[in-house]
Design a protein around this ligand. Structure first.
Ligand SMILES: [Zn+2]
Length: 321
C-alpha cells in the first residue's frame, strides 16, 4: 500500500491559524508598550492550552485508524475505506491492493483453487545490487505474505467457472520473472485444456524482472505465444489493468486481451512519461498514460470502477461466450 498513515496534525494548524488571527487584532505597531502587552500575552497563552488539548486528542486516537488519500488529500477512516473496497469516497482514487484482496473481490467466496503454488524463483545471475535478489525476494515475501508476485488458479465468477491470474504490484513491483511467466503460461494452458475463459488482473510498475536478465524478457514471448494458442482454441481472455501496469507486462500478456478493462486513473504504459519526453523532446499531453486517456485513444475498451468490476467482468464473459 502506498497509503500514508497520518498523525493528527490538523489541530496544530488550527492553533497556528488562531494565533495568526489574534495577532493582527493587536494594535498597530506603536511605541506605546502598555497598549501592546495584553494582546500579545493572550496570543502566547492560547497555543499553550491548544497544544495540551492536542496532545490529549492524539493519545485518544490509536494509530492505524486513518489514511490520507494521496490524490485529494482527504483523511479517510480506514473502516470506511475497507467497506469501500479501498476506494476514496471523496475523489474515487483507487488505492493499490494486494493479489489476495483482489481475488476476494472478483472470485466467488470459497470457489477458488490455487494452482502451481509451489514454483519458486531462483537467482541464476547471482544478482548483487544495494540488495541481492534473494534478499529482495525475502523482503517482498514478508510484506505481501505471498511466495511470488502472482497467484493463478480456477474459480467461479458470479457462478461461472473461469481460469484466473492476478499479479501483486507490491512484490518487487509486480515484475515478471521466470516464475510469474511460468505460472501465467501454465494457467493459460490450463484454460485451453479445460476450455475455460481466462481473466488476468495485472498490476506491475516493474515490467520484466531485470534481476533475472534475459530470462525475464523471455517470459514476454512465452506468455504471448501461449495466449496465441488460447485465441486459436476460440477461448476468451479478458485483461484487467490496474495501477500501475507498465513495461514488459504491458508489452506482453496484459495488452493482449480480447477485451481490455482498466480501473480509473491507473498508470498504464511501457516507458515512463519522463523517459518518453526526453526521447521525443516534446511535451506530453495532460493525463498521458492514464486509463481515461487510453480509453479515448482506443487502447482500452472499458474503464470500470473497482466496485463494479465483478459485475462488469461477468457481463463481458457472457457477451464473449
Ligand atoms: Zn481522494
Amino acid at each position: 500500500m502506498n497509503s500514508t498513515l497520518i498523525t493528527q496534525s490538523k489541530p496544530v494548524n488550527l492553533t497556528l491559524e488562531q494565533n495568526t488571527k489574534i495577532m493582527p487584532k493587536s494594535p498597530k505597531k506603536s511605541s506605546n508598550k502598555s497598549k501592546r502587552k495584553t494582546p500579545i500575552k493572550k496570543s502566547l497563552q492560547a497555543p499553550k492550552q491548544d497544544v495540551s488539548a492536542n496532545i490529549a486528542r492524539k493519545k485518544s486516537f490509536p494509530s492505524g485508524l486513518w489514511t490520507k488519500c494521496p490524490d485529494c488529500g482527504n483523511v479517510l477512516f480506514n473502516k470506511t475505506l475497507e467497506e469501500n473496497m479501498q476506494v476514496c469516497d471523496k475523489c474515487d482514487y483507487h488505492f493499490i491492493i494486494g493479489a489476495k484482496d483482489r481475488l476476494a473481490q472478483i472470485i466467488d467466496k470459497g470457489s477458488f483453487t490455487e494452482l502451481y503454488e509451489k514454483l519458486r524463483s531462483k537467482d541464476p545471475l547471482q544478482f548483487k545490487g544495494s540488495k541481492s535478489y534473494t534478499e529482495k525476494l525475502k523482503q517482498s515475501q514478508k510484506i505481501t505474505g505471498l511466495d511470488e508476485a502472482c497467484i493463478v488458479g480456477h474459480g467461479k465468477l458470479n457462478n461461472k467457472k473461469i481460469a484466473f491470474g492476478v499479479t501483486d504490484s507490491r512484490f518487487i513491483m509486480g515484475s515478471m520473472g521466470s516464475v510469474v511467466g511460468e505460472k501465467l503460461t501454465r494457467i493459460i494452458e490450463y484454460a485451453i485444456k479445460e476450455k475455460l475463459p481466462l481473466v488476468i488482473v495485472s498490476g506491475s510498475g516493474g515490467g520484466a524482472r531485470m534481476y533475472e536478465g534475459a530470462l525475464s524478457l523471455m517470459q514476454m514471448a512465452k506468455t504471448s505465444a501461449a495466449l496465441s494458442k488460447l485465441d486459436k482454441a476460440g477461448l476468451s481472455f479478458i485483461s484487467v489493468l490496474t495501477n500501475p501496469t507498465m513495461g514488459g507486462v504491458m508489452a506482453s500478456f496484459a495488452a493482449l486481451g480480447d477485451l481490455i478493462v482498466a480501473e480509473p486513473k491507473a498508470l498504464i504504459g511501457f516507458a515512463g512519461p519522463r523517459v518518453i519526453e526526453q526521447t521525443i523532446r516534446q511535451k506530453l499531453p495532460k493525463d498521458f498514460q492514464t486509463s481515461e486517456f487510453l480509453l479515448e485513444h482506443g487502447l482500452i475498451d472499458i474503464v470500470s470502477s473497482r466496485k463494479e468490476m465483478k459485475d462488469c467482468l461477468s457481463r463481458l464473459l457472457k457477451y464473449l461466450a
